[in-house]
Structure formats: C-alpha cells, structure tokens
Design a protein around this ligand. Structure first.
Ligand code: ADP
Ligand code: MG
Length: 252
C-alpha cells in the first residue's frame, strides 16, 4: 500500500496564536518501501505522521493511503510511538494483544498470529512477565509486536529508539528493521538521527526547519541488501551522512 503526500500544509491554531508546522510536503512511499524522514527537532515530523495516520487534518494539500484520501484513523496503519507505551500492570501477553482486545479481534486466528510473532522474535517465554522484567530492547520488540498484531499494511514509527542507550539502540534498530522487512511492511520512520536513517532505509526525505518543506530526497539504492550495521562501514554511508548533515545545518 502506497502513501502519497501532495503539497500538504498544516498550521496549528491555539489561543496564543498560530504555529505553521508544515508548509509544503510532497513525497511518496512505495509499497514495501522503508522511508525515513529526518529533520531538526520541532520542524513538524510528528505532525507529519499524525496527518498520515488521520489524527490531524491538513489545511492544504492531500494525503492518500492505498489510493484513498485519508479522512480519519484506519486499521491499515500501525503507529509505533517514541516510548514503548507498555502498561506495567498488564502482562506482556495482555500488552501485545491490547490492540486486538480493543478491536474485539480476540479469536484464535489473531491470537495464534501474536503467539507466532512472540516465538519468532524470542519473546515466547516472557508472555506472562511484566514489562519491568524485560530489557529496553525486548520492550521495544514487544511494542512492535503489539503494532503488528492487528496486521496493518503500513507502519509509522516516531523516533522509536530515542529512549534507548546507544548500544541497545544499534541492535534494536537492526532487529526492528529485520522484522519490518520480513513481515513485508511499508514503513515510514521519523528520526533526527542521520546515521539511523541511512542504516535502515531505502530513501531519506530531509525536511527543513519549521515550517517544514522537503529539502531533499536521497535514494540509497547502492546500499540495498546491506544489513543496517554493515552499512555504517561503507563509503556511501559517509558521503550521504555528510550531505544530509550539511543540509540540516544550513542556515537559509
Ligand atoms: P517534531 O516532531 O519535528 O519535533 P512536531 O511535529 O512535534 O515537531 O511539532 C512541530 C511544531 O508544532 C512545534 O513548534 C510544536 O510546538 C507545534 N505543535 C505540535 N503539536 C501541536 C499542537 N497540538 N498544538 C499546537 N502546536 C503544536
Ligand atoms: Mg516529534
């Protein structure tokens, strides 16, 4: 399922005035593609995901998912937030099946799918544990499984690794990348970490300072098929890193 954004604009209205978050965003994500959006803090990245998820309505432009104009939240989209959002008082099983319980999809078939995901990603023995008994990386995998449980076509990831320390972040982002690829999902990841974007994605969209416009798009075809951690040792990685870094730090 493809995502397209055409000249998307959004200005927040509040009693204290207006904040123009998105000015002119045009790009698309192809079916099965992994695209990262990088941009300075506060430039409108989370806003962009909210628009695609149907949680905010743009004031201009159009957003389509699978050819249909987005006009509200839909089950085709799974959202993975910055914090894992696991509930401490619920077991891992009751956390990862939360989306299914809310949607009353509590049949054997859906539960079997979740059991399979837990087993495939080494969490089967932790189903009865509480989140606090798991490492940061395991918690993040649980958060992803909870998102995958409802079998969305598209995953939107909002800086999902930023709460993790550097070492954990490297291995968890590689794990999550593998899971998303293996489950054949279309993914849009928002991050302010250029290295993370290059190591995980097929293309990178660079946003300007707020109000966000698309500054450039980098295609990483030369890195296709190279695992995230190995990408960091390539010449292409360093070239793209320097280019994007300059774009993000340019004053204009
Ligand atoms: P990012 O995720 O890139 O850090 P956000 O999309 O969260 O940026 O925010 C972009 C701008 O919009 C910021 O200036 C922020 O303060 C403002 N903003 C975000 N959400 C709201 C809201 N619900 N109401 C008003 N302003 C908001
Ligand atoms: Mg944000």
């Amino acid at each position: 399922m493809m995502i397209t954004l055409r000249q998307v604009a959004l200005t927040y209205q509040s009693p204290h005035g207006e904040t123009e978050a998105l000015r002119d965003i045009t790009f698309s994500v192809e079916e099965g593609e992994f695209v990262s959006v990088v941009g300075p803090s506060g430039c409108g990245k989370s806003t962009l995901l909210s628009v695609i998820a149907g949680l905010e309505t743009p004031c201009g432009g159009t957003v389509t998912v699978g050819g249909e104009t987005v006009d509200g939240p839909s089950a085709t989209i799974g959202f993975m937030p910055q914090r894992d959002g696991l509930f401490e008082w619920r077991s891992i099983w009751n956390n990862v099946t939360l989306g299914l319980q809310v949607r009353r999809l509590t049949d054997d078939e859906h539960f079997a799918h979740v059991r399979q995901l837990l087993a495939r990603y080494d969490l089967a023995d932790f189903a009865d544990k509480r989140p606090s008994e798991l490492s940061g990386g395991m918690r993040q995998r649980c958060a992803l499984i909870r998102t995958l449980a409802t079998d969305p076509y598209i995953l939107l990831l909002d800086e999902p690794f930023s709460a993790l320390d550097y070492q954990t972040r490297l291995s968890v982002s590689a794990d999550i990348h593998d899971i998303i690829r293996r489950e054949h999902k279309t993914a849009l990841l928002v991050t302010h970490d250029i290295a993370e974007a290059i190591s995980l994605s097929d293309r990178i969209v660079v946003l300007s300072q707020r109000p966000a416009v698309v500054r450039s798009v980098h295609c990483l075809d030369e890195l296709r098929g190279i695992p995230p951690l190995e990408r960091r040792d390539t010449a292409v990685f360093h070239t793209v890193f320097n280019t994007v870094w300059k774009e993000l730090n340019a004053v204009d």
